[in-house]
Design a protein around this ligand. Structure first.
Ligand SMILES: Nc1nc2c(c(=O)[nH]1)N[C@H]1C(S)=C(S)[C@@H](COP(=O)(O)O)O[C@H]1N2
Ligand SMILES: [Mo]
Length: 197
């Protein structure tokens, strides 16, 4: 088991974070539940090919598994979490973002929660639209059936219960960002609060 004094652990923990073996559950309100049979993901905005995809279709598009450390702004980090799903790269090759698309907004089933991410952040190999956690469909608590996992940013940018993805010309603040959290959210730069942006 890893511990704080292990040199590897120290290198992997961003400043101000501590390691947990648990997997805390966090969201603004209560845990949402999405019916898998009637689920659809609507992708629109600044794209050549808007799409509506059912869960089964997303499953056939699965192309990647990642094992990544995740970092919550409340200071816990968890190492080596394993997620499977669809790389944003693959999704982009299908919907074809226009050159005007600079930000991506995730719309979620919990009372229309949103968060946005610069499009370039999603072109990295480890940013995915996740369908599985540790080899199993993602449960309700952790944002199933479809959530984002963007390990390079604090975990509040990793939207749970995603029902819509909109490509934007200009940025919009999301739920936590309007509440005072950083819109940049880089754990290695310790960008926790909006007054630091
Ligand atoms: N839809 C939605 N996604 C969300 C949130 C939320 O309130 N609603 N909270 C974020 C926050 S603050 C964190 S830390 C992570 C927590 O994910 P977990 O519950 O799987 O640990 O989800 C993020 N994604
Ligand atoms: Mo969070």
């Amino acid at each position: 088991m890893k511990n704080k004094n292990d040199p590897d652990t120290k290198l992997r923990l961003p400043p101000g974070q501590h390691l947990t073996e648990r997997f805390p559950v966090l969201q603004k309100g209560t845990v949402a539940h999405i019916d898998k049979g009637s689920y659809s993901l609507e992708i629109d905005g600044e794209v050549e090919q808007p799409m509506i995809l059912a869960l089964q279709e997303l499953e056939t598009l699965k192309d990647i598994e990642i094992v990544e450390d995740i970092h919550c702004v409340t200071s816990w980090s968890k190492f080596d979490t394993k997620w499977g799903g669809l790389s944003f790269k693959k999704l982009f090759s299908m919907v074809k973002p226009k050159s005007s698309a600079l930000f991506v907004e995730f719309l979620c089933a919990d009372d229309r929660f949103t968060t946005t991410v610069p499009i370039d952040r999603l072109k990295r190999e480890n940013a995915i639209l996740a369908l599985t956690y540790e080899g199993e469909p993602i449960n309700d608590k952790h944002g199933g059936p479809v959530r984002a996992v963007i390990p390079d940013l604090y975990f509040y940018k990793s939207a749970k219960w995603i029902i819509g993805i909109t490509f934007l010309k200009e940025d919009r603040l999301g739920y936590w960002e309007r509440g005072g959290y950083s819109n940049k959210a880089d754990p290695w730069k310790q960008q926790r609060y909006s007054y630091q942006d």
